[in-house]
Design a protein around this ligand. Sequence first.
Ligand SMILES: Cc1cc2nc3c(=O)[nH]c(=O)nc-3n(C[C@H](O)[C@H](O)[C@H](O)COP(=O)(O)O)c2cc1C
Length: 354
Amino acid sequence: MNEIIIYGSCYGTAKTYAEALSKMINVAAVSYDRVSGLERYETIIYLGGLYAGGVRGMAKTVKKILPDTCRRFIVITVGLADPQDEKNIRNIRNSAGKQIPEVFRGRTEFYHLRGGIDYQKLNLMHRTMMKLLYDQVKKQPPEQWDAETRAMIETYGKKVDFVDLKRLEEIAEILGRKAGSPVLCPEIRAMKDTEYPLLKDFLYEAIYVPEGGAPPDRSILDTPELRVYLSGFGESESDCAAAAEVQGKVVGAAWARIMNDYGHIDDETPSLAIAVHKEYRGQGIGKKLLLFLMSALEERGFERVSLSVQKSNPAVRLYQRTGFITADETEEEYIMVNNLTMSADGAAVKRRGK
Ligand SMILES: Cc1cc2nc3c(=O)[nH]c(=O)nc-3n(C[C@H](O)[C@H](O)[C@H](O)COP(=O)(O)O)c2cc1C
């Protein structure tokens, strides 16, 4: 994988995180004002300090990135306010999101870390900004303080350090890598009949559980709505499945059949399901599985394939990247369709992504 970490740091906290992440996932980290050749990276991890809502150096950097090559843009913000606070997260994503061109928004992932501040080291402009802000917000009654205001009032004039490098382990894991582990090269192939029983586990993993939600009981797999994905799989002509194998283990699957599921659009169009085991996510395995499955379906003469996905599920981006477009929607879900004649190879998908 072609990746780089770029950091924007004025007083060193974002730089400390960037260098630690660099060691952890074995990807070079470069300051935004020294980076070049950005047009060749598929995954760009931008790690920057928050300054009045913006991410230091990010606006300049995104101008140098090419939409055709950069498929994944990961923004990790470093700020003083509590990065677990929902409202703070919304505010950061709103304002930082404005620095990101429209074309990248669908492929941007956000993570948030806490930095620090040392008022003795602030330059005159920053010190003045903080003073103006402090004078303004301290007039508000404490019950009106949001996480940002609270952090600023509590740390005003002091030296504080909330840097927690352990939080990077979570991010490295989300990025699909344990510290120091090599990038995996899965074999993507047709699933063997003998492996079809594995689809039950993959179907369970394919059930989207929003952040903080409890996973459903496995008995959910026996409901009629989910049984359609599995029962007698392999017996019907439309049944088609792809597997991702790593070191002899099937770690991901994508499968399709004509069925009356949530993604059903008509009786000629198969609908699909896909899942990759948690520890193997974030390495492009899902995309490879989808592309493989779509070419297999096209070879069998199907013109389209459809799916349903919850609007809040980050997999929506994967589907968009592989050429799916929204054909219909309910309050919670998108029904997405891919015209297979245009997605048989990567180049065609890319053309449509423009
Ligand atoms: C002028 C100024 C504005 C800031 N604005 C924000 C902000 O909007 N949100 C926030 O969480 N932290 C804010 N901070 C705190 C910085 O994001 C924090 O100090 C961070 O660790 C800086 O990263 P760096 O050390 O890599 O430059 C601000 C700090 C300064 C000096």
